[in-house]
Design a binder for this molecule. Sequence first.
Ligand SMILES: [Zn+2]
Length: 438
Amino acid sequence: MITAKLLDVARCPRCVATAGKDREKGRLEPVEGGFVCHTCGLSYGAFSSSGKDEPVVSEGKKLPRRGYIDLLPPAEVGQQTRYLEDEFEHDLDHEHISLPLLGAKVRNDLLRKMLQPSKKDVALEVGCGDGRFCYWNRKKFGAVIGVDAAPLFANEALDEIGLIQGDGRQLPFAPESFDKVFSLDLMEHLPLDGIEPFFTELGRVLKPDGRIFVFSNTREMGRLWPVIKLQKRVAGFFTRRGIFDFHRDELRKSDHLKAVKTWKDLEYFVNKAGFTIEKKIFWNGVFQGLVDNIIIKTGEYGVRRVVRFQLDRQRKTEKAHQEAASKDIRTRMANGTTGLTSDWADGGGLDRLRAEVENNKVTHQAAKVAAEAEELHEENAAIDLAVRKNLKSSFARRKSGPVVLFLRILTFLMKLDIWLFGKWRTGPFFIILKKKPR
Ligand SMILES: [Zn+2]
């Protein structure tokens, strides 16, 4: 959503780089189809849906409007996350936001517990993805704005959240604009030379007494690593037997760089950017691993078996139908009982009919070969995606039921990690940063 509040803090990313403490430099003015920087004159597009297909037209329309502004810096800032190119193809279920459940619910609970949102706060999420965390907390903050490099925003976010397409290392906002800033699952995507600008930028846009919440991870392994390793072995055993499929998870993690290797490295970077760590909670993923790597995967396997059984039955019916049709045509031709005149045969009708029979055979064979050649994980991913979409849309309609209850129990299990082992240092961490007094 493009609101007056959004325009109050959004700035031209080119001008903001040299603005220092000047809040006015790079202010944006609405023009036909987008916005223009009143300092340098550069124009920026605004769009009403994900994927830039519908430009926002400003003429005769008052704010707020559905959509987002594209404020990516004109020149490449550094290595872009692979999400920009790939996510369109792989993650097709970003259009709708469902209930916070499982890992997302744990993150969201920690965000609220540690960052303590208030109605007085203007908040920013850096790397908001589809905008779910902004959306879930939209009533907790006075205003919340999401920025992401890839504009794959969900419809709910486009309708209700201030959204910007932008780069986390050159945030398109005026200095000291936000009371609260949060960023989840982003830092691990940044290359080493992107970590420092990331924290520096968070500091630049944060008010002097503001707070930052970050969830990310280092490569450190905690004391509970043997338990997690055992789970991974069990999961590996079932994966090799084609029962578990982690293809989707691997794809999601394929651009994790984890440039910050240890907790000490993290302390170095946040210290250098002028912060102190006010609170920290670690996520030793013992129960999380049990849920994600064993229970969910077993569930997915069960669902896939059911779906595949139905698909096979459907294919068999289609095959029988096709065979019956070709047989019928062949029999009628052989018996000369097609009831067709010689005029029709002379006009090429017979050839057409023969071609049809051939075609039938060919399509049938091609379908069979294609089905067999299909990679197992592709089919798995397709089924999983379909099931997820289905679940999501059913969550949208009703927020209870046996599946939701089951997922709530699993979510509770995952939260045990926080309650039991939250103080034990390991890779994944939740932190609150505040600015060091000057
Ligand atoms: Zn400018």
